[in-house]
Design a binder for this molecule. Structure first.
Ligand code: NAD
Length: 429
C-alpha cells in the first residue's frame, strides 16, 4: 500500500524504522483479517488533510528562527478530529501522520465519537524559554486557526506539551474568533474548563489495562515487579498509581538516566525529588543508577515503555525478560520485535488500547464543556474505568473469536468500526 499523499521517507538511514510504514503495515494486517474492501483500505491508508506551517519566532536575543509545524488530520468519519500536539526534536511529518492514524483506530476502539489527528513541531522544549515557547505555541495555533475548532479538530497535550500549552492554544483561538471557546482543546487547566482526572488519565488507563491483563493470568498488581521507561506525564502517573495499587516499581528512566531499586522505588518520594531537581530523577537516594538499555532488559514481570517510539527492536528483543509489555508510549515496539515477542508468548498490550485513557478523559472533558456540567474526579475516574475495561474485554473476546493476537484484535475492532462508518455513510460525491 502506497501512501500517495506523503513524500518519501525524510530520514534515509537504513537503521531508520519509519513509524508510518509500521502503522500502514498494522492497518493492512487488520484489513486482511477483516477481508476489507480494497477501496475502503485505500481511503483509510491516506490522511484526509496534511498541513505544514511556518512558525517564525523571535528568540529572547532578538534572532528570528523559523520552525515547521505540522497537523495531520487522518479521518473524521466518526466525529471531529482529535489528537495531541508533540514538541520533540525527532518530530517528522511521517511520524505525525502515523500517530494521526493511530488516533483514528484508538477512538473507534474506545467507542468515542472522534476521528484521528496529530500535530507536532520539531524542537527541544528544554532549549527554549517559557516566553519563547508561548510565542511558538500562539503562532502555531494562529496558523492553524481555520483547521481547528471544537467541532472540527480538537488538540490535546502529547510529548513535550501540557496543560500550559493547551491554555495558550485556547486563548489564542478564542481571541481570534472573539469569544471564549474552551472546547477547542482538551487537557487544559481546570480554571478554563479542564476536567478533573485528566492529568493522570493516560497513566490511570495504563494501570487499568495492566491490572486486567494480570487478572487474566490469575495474578494481581500486588508485588508485581514493573520497570517503566519515561517519567513524564504518562510514565510518572502510571508509576504512582501502580505503586499505590501495591506493585513494585523497580526501575524508571528518563532521557538523562534511570534509577533502580530491587525492593521497589518509593514513587511519591521520587516525584517530590523530580519536582525539586529540575525534573531529573538522577541521584535519587536509596536507588542505584541504571541506563536506559539496561532498564529495558531487566528481569521483571511487566515492562512499560512510556517515552518514545521504536524502543524494543530486533536488536534488543531477545534480551527482553518481561512477561507483559504494556505500550504506554505510541509505537514503542517495532513490527518485527512484536512478531518475535508474540512467538515467545509474551503478552504485548497494544498502544491503541493501553494509552487510550488520555483521549477518553479528553472526551469526557469535551462532554462536560458542552453540557456546562462539571463532574467530580470520582465520576471521571469511574467513567474512564468503565470505557477502558469495556474496550479491553471486547479486544480479548475478539482474540478468542478470531484466534488472533491482542494487537490485531484491537486493530480489527478499531479499523472495522471506521470501515463500517464509511460503508454506511458512502463516498461523496
Ligand atoms: P512527556 O514529555 O511528559 O514525558 C516523556 C518522558 O520520556 C520524559 O520523562 C522524558 O525524559 C522521557 N524520555 C525522553 N527520551 C527518552 C529516552 N531516550 N529514554 C528514556 N526516556 C526518555 O511525554 P508523555 O506525555 O508522558 O508521552 C509519552 C508517550 O506517551 C508518547 O509516546 C506519547 O505519544 C504517549 N501518549 C501520551 C499521552 C498523554 O496524555 N500525554 C496520551 C497517549 C499517549
Amino acid at each position: 500500500m502506497v501512501l500517495t499523499s506523503l513524500s518519501p521517507q525524510e530520514n534515509p538511514s537504513p537503521a531508520y524504522i519509519c513509524p508510518l510504514d509500521q502503522a500502514c503495515s498494522y492497518l493492512e494486517e487488520a484489513a486482511r483479517e477483516l477481508k476489507l474492501d480494497r477501496n475502503i483500505l485505500e481511503i483509510l491508508s491516506n490522511p484526509r488533510k496534511v498541513v505544514t506551517v511556518s512558525i517564525p519566532v523571535k528568540r529572547d536575543d532578538g534572532e528570528v528562527q523559523v520552525l515547521a509545524g505540522h497537523r495531520v488530520q487522518h479521518c473524521d468519519i466518526l466525529g471531529p478530529y482529535k489528537g495531541g500536539i508533540r514538541y520533540h526534536p525527532a518530530v517528522t511529518l511521517r511520524e505525525v501522520s502515523a500517530l494521526a492514524m493511530l488516533m483514528t483506530w484508538k477512538c473507534a476502539l474506545l467507542g468515542i465519537p472522534y476521528g484521528g489527528a496529530k500535530g507536532g513541531i520539531a524542537l527541544d522544549p528544554k532549549s527554549y524559554s517559557i516566553g519563547e515557547l508561548e510565542r511558538i505555541t500562539r503562532r502555531y495555533t494562529s496558523e492553524l486557526i481555520k483547521d481547528i475548532g471544537p467541532t472540527v479538530d480538537i488538540p490535546a497535550p502529547d510529548m513535550g506539551t501540557s496543560a500550559r500549552e493547551m491554555a495558550w492554544m485556547m486563548d489564542t483561538y478564542s481571541v481570534n474568533v472573539g469569544h471564549a471557546v474552551p472546547g477547542v482543546v482538551t487537557g487544559k487547566p481546570l480554571s478554563i474548563g479542564g476536567s478533573r482526572g485528566r492529568e493522570m488519565a493516560t497513566g490511570r488507563g495504563v494501570m487499568i489495562i495492566v491490572r486486567e491483563a494480570l487478572a487474566d493470568l490469575g495474578k494481581s498488581l500486588v508485588g508485581t515487579r514493573i520497570a517503566i521507561q519515561g517519567f513524564g506525564n504518562v510514565g510518572s502517573a502510571a508509576a504512582l498509581l501502580l505503586h499505590q495499587a501495591g506493585a513494585k516499581v523497580i526501575a524508571v528512566s528518563t532521557g538523562t538516566g534511570g534509577v533502580f531499586s530491587d525492593v521497589g522505588l518509593d514513587i511519591p518520594a521520587l516525584k517530590t525529588y523530580v519536582a525539586q531537581n529540575r525534573r531529573s530523577i538522577v541521584g535519587f537516594p536509596q536507588a542505584s543508577a541504571i541506563g536506559n538499555t539496561e532498564l529495558l532488559t531487566l528481569p521483571c514481570d511487566v515492562l512499560i515503555p512510556a517515552a518514545l517510539e521504536n524502543q524494543i527492536t530486533q536488536d534488543n528483543v531477545d534480551r527482553i525478560h518481561a512477561r507483559i509489555i504494556a505500550e504506554a508510549a505510541n509505537g514503542p515496539v517495532t513490527l518485527q520485535a512484536n512478531q518475535a515477542l508474540e512467538a515467545r508468548g509474551v503478552t504485548v498490550l497494544p498502544d491503541i488500547l493501553t494509552n487510550a485513557g488520555g483521549v477518553v478523559v479528553s472526551y469526557l472533558e469535551w462532554v462536560q464543556g458542552l453540557s456546562y456540567v462539571f463532574w467530580d474526579e470520582e465520576r471521571v475516574n469511574r467513567e474512564l474505568e468503565n470505557l477502558m475495561v469495556q474496550a479491553y474485554r471486547q479486544a480479548i473476546q475478539q482474540t478468542k473469536v478470531r484466534q488472533i493476537s491482542l494487537r490485531l484484535a484491537a486493530y480489527t475492532l478499531g479499523v472495522g468500526r471506521v470501515a463500517q462508518a464509511f460503508t454506511d455513510r458512502g463516498l461523496y460525491p
